[in-house]
Design a protein around this ligand. Structure first.
Ligand code: ATP
Length: 549
């Protein structure tokens, strides 16, 4: 289906610009909680916020929404910054909600003085119960009508650390009968005797998300504050604070969050996978975090293209991971050099090739990019081929090797299988073949035609590598539809390690993070923790494209 040229947010911005709103400026922000690593869902929000700023000649701030000190960590702040930069974006200002704590405190005092906030001594459970249900009004708290003076001194005591956690909160006094639950006297400050990673132990009260977010937007004069749909019900409250406190009129607009098939996009759940040891860490290449996706070999361009392709909608859905895979294939097809490698090796011995000899054969680096040039790969009497490229009793349409069958060895010669040897356990150990010297690639004078072409590496020159193949982390397509624990849906076969892969010598000298294609096997990357004596290689994606365009 063709997409309209502008998505609904762009339409809104263009209308605002045409009407001269916000002095013709566009200022967006990306506001992560620093409580985990960013995932592919955040990439959508980053591409949207930074992308709009670029498109409309505006600016985009990075603001850490750091109002929950117990769950936050400097490690997360650093990883978030690294991920945004990797995606190809840079922020105009780096701000922290905690920079505004003094100002937010003043605003709370202002509301109290105006009779629009009060200290409630009920427990969290009681407050939640008395809030009622959307169809019936809530119960007014017995503390709702305290005087401003009393509220001020109680609030100050909270601030000074004289109140235990959970004993008192500050609530905005709005409307306990509102059909919008967020408007039923929301909590705006709570006691937390936690050390904050930026403000230390200066504060023992912290503003809630609702009291910090809109005001932070307003301080920064954010014109378009974009968030995911679950915040739609918070918008009246967002507007209420801005109006009551007479602040810059930032405007909140919601869009559909990204859900991706066969994975979860929730920091809380991803953290659980890390902490329970289901994966090797936040950047385990099976995870949907940006750190993991990068380690797996996805390129920043492929993520940006994916974000463009999924577009921005007002209704939640699940995007197909096949589209993400398609995006990275599309990008790497243009960029990645082709090399030869064998994941599950067996020996192929060319019995009529002179012993002790070898030769260098030219190989094309990238058929999609002539400027990538050629390289030379060694060929000799003993080679490795892929175990499943040989069958003792091949079916008719098996165009690889079997007794008496002929194939071309890529960049080399046509060979004919003359026999094989099994070990005691009955597994094929060696395959024998004869080559035809007249069939050298590029110089073939025989006119012989064969149906199959195989990859290979010279056993004398091969480098041994550990190759990691990844399958989906979960076996269930839509993890929003399940009723039980999401961890029950983990795919037990999401990682396969090929510990004794044999790869052509050029791979041995590749630096960590180098990307390439093993012909016929997929796109790969040298892992960031690869050791020079035994490369560790991650498969980004196989070559088979399941995306129905
Ligand atoms: P999570 O549920 O994973 O913890 P979050 O919404 O708590 O995510 P934040 O750190 O608050 O994470 O997110 C920063 C920004 O990224 C917010 O504006 C949020 O709306 C957006 N965002 C988070 N998840 C997604 C998603 N799946 N799709 C699109 N945007 C997202």
């Amino acid at each position: 289906k063709e997409r309209p040229v502008l998505n609904f947010i762009e339409q809104m911005i263009e209308q605002d610009l045409a009407e001269g709103k916000h002095d013709g400026k566009v200022l967006t922000r990306f506001p992560p909680h620093p409580n985990g690593y960013l995932h592919i869902g955040h990439a959508k929000s980053i591409c949207l916020n930074f992308g709009l700023a670029q498109k409309y000649n505006g600016k985009c701030n990075l603001r850490f929404d750091d109002t929950n000190p117990e769950k936050e960590d400097i490690e997360y702040i650093n990883s978030i910054k690294e991920d945004i930069k990797w995606l190809g974006f840079d922020w105009d200002n780096e701000f922290y909600a905690s920079d505004y704590f003094d100002q937010l405190y003043e605003y709370a005092v202002q509301l109290i003085k105006a009779g629009k906030a009060y200290i409630d001594e009920n427990s969290a459970e009681q407050i939640s119960k008395e809030r009622g249900t959307p169809t019936s009004p809530g119960k007014l708290s017995e503390y709702r009508d305290r005087s401003a003076e009393e509220n001020l001194s109680l609030f100050e005591a909270m601030k000074n650390g004289e109140v235990e956690e959970g004993k008192r909160v500050l609530r905005a006094k709005i409307d306990m009968a509102s059909p919008i639950m967020q408007m039923r006297d929301p909590v705006i400050y709570r006691v937390k005797k936690a050390v904050h990673h930026r403000t230390g132990d200066k504060w023992c009260i912290y503003p809630t998300y609702d009291f910090a977010h809109g005001q932070s937007d307003a301080f920064e004069k954010i014109t378009h504050s974009l968030c995911t749909l679950e915040f739609a019900s918070h918008r009246p409250l967002y507007d209420w604070f801005i109006s009551e406190l007479d602040l810059y009129p930032s405007k909140q607009t919601e869009f559909a969050r990204l859900n991706l098939s066969y994975t979860v996009v929730s920091k809380r759940k991803l953290k659980e996978l890390v902490e329970d040891g289901h994966v090797e860490g936040w950047d385990d290449p099976r995870m949907p975090t940006l750190a993991a996706i990068r380690r797996r070999g996805y390129t920043a361009a492929s993520i940006r293209n994916f974000a463009t392709k999924i577009g921005v909608a007002k209704r939640d859905g699940v995007s197909d991971v096949a589209l993400l895979e398609h995006s990275v294939r599309e990008d790497l097809n243009k960029k990645a050099s082709r090399v030869l490698g064998v994941l599950d090796p067996i020996k192929l011995i060319i019995t009529n090739y002179p012993e002790g000899q070898s030769e260098m054969l030219p190989a094309v680096n990238n058929p999609e990019d002539e400027s990538a040039g050629k390289r030379e790969i060694p060929f000799g009497r003993e080679l490795y081929i892929e175990r499943d490229d040989f069958m003792e009793e091949p079916p008719k349409k098996f165009f690889r090797l079997g007794p008496e069958k002929e194939v071309r060895l890529k960049y080399a010669y046509i060979v004919k299988c003359t026999g094989f040897k099994k070990n005691e356990a009955g597994a094929i150990e060696e395959v024998y073949a004869e080559y035809d010297p007249e069939t050298k690639s590029g110089h073939d004078t025989t006119g012989k035609k064969v149906k199959g072409t195989l990859g290979w590496v010279s056993s004398e020159h091969a480098v041994e590598a550990e190759v990691r193949l990844y399958d989906r982390l979960f076996a269930t397509e839509n993890l929003n539809d399940i009723d039980d624990d999401f961890k029950n849906h983990l795919n037990p076969n999401s990682l396969t390690i090929k510990a004794n892969a044999k790869v052509e010598p050029s791979v041995g000298s590749m630096k960590p993070n180098t990307q390439f294609q093993f012909e016929r096997l997929g796109y790969f990357i040298i892992d960031k923790e690869s050791a020079p004596d035994k490369p560790r290689i991650n498969r980004t994606v196989s070559l088979r494209d399941n995306w129905a365009k």
